[in-house]
Design a binder for this molecule. Sequence first.
Ligand SMILES: NC(=O)c1ccc[n+]([C@@H]2O[C@H](COP(=O)([O-])OP(=O)(O)OC[C@H]3O[C@@H](n4cnc5c(N)ncnc54)[C@H](OP(=O)(O)O)[C@@H]3O)[C@@H](O)[C@H]2O)c1
Length: 349
Amino acid sequence: MGPIKNHRVVVTEHGGPDVLQLVEEDPPEPGPSEVRIKVLAAGVSAFDLIYRRWAHLPGSPKLPFTLGEDVVGVVDQNGPRATVFEAGQMVAGGTWAFGVGGGYSEFLCLPESELVTVPAGVDPAEAACLVVNYLTAHEHLHHIAGARSGERLLVHGAAGGVGTALLQLGKLAGLEMFGTAARDQHELVSSLGATPIDYQTEDFVARIQALTDDGVDVVIDPVGGAKQLWRSYRTLRQGGRLVWLGSAAVDQQGLRVAPFSMAMALLLRLIPDGKRVPSCPTLDKHAKAHPDWYHTTLTELLDALATNQLEPVIAQRIPLAEAARAHELLERGGHTGKVVLTTDAYDNT
Ligand SMILES: NC(=O)c1ccc[n+]([C@@H]2O[C@H](COP(=O)([O-])OP(=O)(O)OC[C@H]3O[C@@H](n4cnc5c(N)ncnc54)[C@H](OP(=O)(O)O)[C@@H]3O)[C@@H](O)[C@H]2O)c1
């Protein structure tokens, strides 16, 4: 057997999915407090598509670069000062560079402080779903919105990666839930415990009014857009909270969604009517500011997965070498849950 090689997907230029190229190289060497992991599964996210498509975004590195913000793998080699994990242990972690963290690789070096042990018997692809999507859902549902048992929750993009995570955590928290999604995803939304609303043919403000009389306590909106946020705000009852966490509408409306959403969120904050639009640090900022929360929550989520309290929805497991197909799938829309890339090592687990 020859020396081991790393296969890594790189963005060679900005553009469509075909700019993703697989390269072969020597595996990276871990730094002093880093761990080299043999990747089993890596998440594909909405941020990945944005960084692939558009140049000159804040935080975007120089070409060529490797996408991927959440990984699960097996510890392959410890750096000289890394002592927490042993070779062969399964670990999960976020690369905390949204979109551009290097997860689309067979080998990846990460600081040991960013890794958490994965319990035995867990599917690495399912574990990968927890890192960004479930931590994001947990941060926004509990830390930012402060949702309490018995409250009403409206989730937009309810069949997507973050949306399905929100519904599963919302059910565990004892919330009454509503979720917007396209008609053919309603069965999934219902199975996750929410009343589905068709975002393409129904007026969700009128539907929430009809279903609840006085509105919901929390709206979590990963779709964004000024009009969308204004309409989400209108579904809130007294004391309600609107949490804007993403811009899935970028697919239909382009990059301007983010600044328009930000402006609308600022305007809504000025209305003195007892409703709130809290500011929402992105998951990477929240995790960096609260490392104990990150470790404890990810560990709890992984335990909930191991005991079947959580069942992440996976749109498809796609081999790393076919990352372009994964991007096409996400770009087309209509998928449910998270798209996960898997390596040859995953096939051998
Ligand atoms: N703040 C953070 O820390 C953080 C962390 C993670 C993700 N995010 C952001 O959250 C957003 C969602 O991420 P994701 O991974 O869940 O993406 P995703 O899996 O692509 O899901 C997005 C969902 O939104 C649906 N959708 C699109 N337009 C809609 C509308 N007008 N009304 C209702 N639903 C609509 C899509 O449905 P169709 O399939 O029918 O188009 C899809 O199911 C992204 O913008 C991402 O960047 C933020």
